[in-house]
Write a new protein. Structure first.
Length: 245
């Protein structure tokens, strides 16, 4: 991936940071997008640039502000001179039991998980078409098998899964569009899942263990760098949980 540039949303921490490190290790330059985690983003960029000078940068943007999305793409192209890939990783996640859903939850969950990936991909499309690039969306196994208490999140991820396939059609043949659907990889920082719930979820995986962020990062790397004849697909990285959920 030498000479390639990848923009990764929500890349300062957690899965996004793992994906950034993996794609960078493959030779790509990376633009680390963040919303609030400026210190973590700066630290990651410093780490990557220490390994390979001038190969990483970071950019703040609120993905719910549609006007900021072309600017995010533009700053990436201005800094690195090109854009070869987009990883739509940034995501909000919180419960919305039926009866409690309001417009704020709608705007946040649909905005971060579906609306922003659509409009960011649209802004990036001319550059990706020119480069013969790739889009990787981070969906969720619950896009197809809903999680009780999270109807709005599941609907948003289901929309992103459908969008993945639709954009693969729209951007063919120059741009490949695929998705990675994580299972139990990293638990939310909010602590919404207790110990018993975590154990129950892991028990439903065929491999009987939680995954690692590197599992997602390696799947993203495959789709970006090695899957030249793969588009419109979703890879479930969930320890087999979706096989019998």
């Amino acid at each position: 991936m030498n000479g390639k540039t990848i923009l990764i949303t929500g890349a300062a921490k957690r899965l996004g940071a793992a994906i950034a490190r993996e794609l960078h290790a493959a030779g790509a330059s990376v633009m680390v997008h963040y919303r609030q985690a400026s210190a973590a983003a700066a630290a990651l960029v410093a780490e990557l640039n220490a390994d390979r000078p001038s190969s990483a940068a970071c950019q703040q943007a609120d993905l719910l502000d549609l006007a900021s999305l072309p600017l995010l793409v533009g700053s990436t192209v201005e800094h690195f001179g090109r854009l070869d890939g987009l990883v739509n990783n940034a995501s909000s996640f919180f419960p919305t039991p039926l009866g409690s859903i309001d417009s704020l939850a709608w705007d946040d969950l649909i905005g971060s998980n579906l609306k922003a990936p659509l409009f960011l991909t649209q802004a990036a499309a001319p550059h990706l078409i020119e480069a013969g690039g790739v889009v990787v969306n981070i969906t969720d196994i619950h896009a197809e098998r809903p999680l009780a208490g999270y109807p709005l999140y599941c609907a948003a991820k289901a929309g992103l899964l459908g969008l993945t396939r639709a954009l693969a059609v729209e951007l063919a043949p120059r741009v490949r569009v695929n998705a990675v659907a994580p299972g139990p990889i990293m638990w939310p920082d909010s602590g919404v899942f207790g110990r018993a719930e975590k154990a129950r979820i892991v028990a439903h995986t065929l491999l009987q263990r939680a995954g690692n962020p590197l599992d997602i990062a390696r799947a993203a790397r495959y789709l970006v760098a090695d899957a030249a004849y793969v588009t419109g697909q979703v890879i479930n990285v969930d320890g087999g949980r979706s096989a019998h959920l």
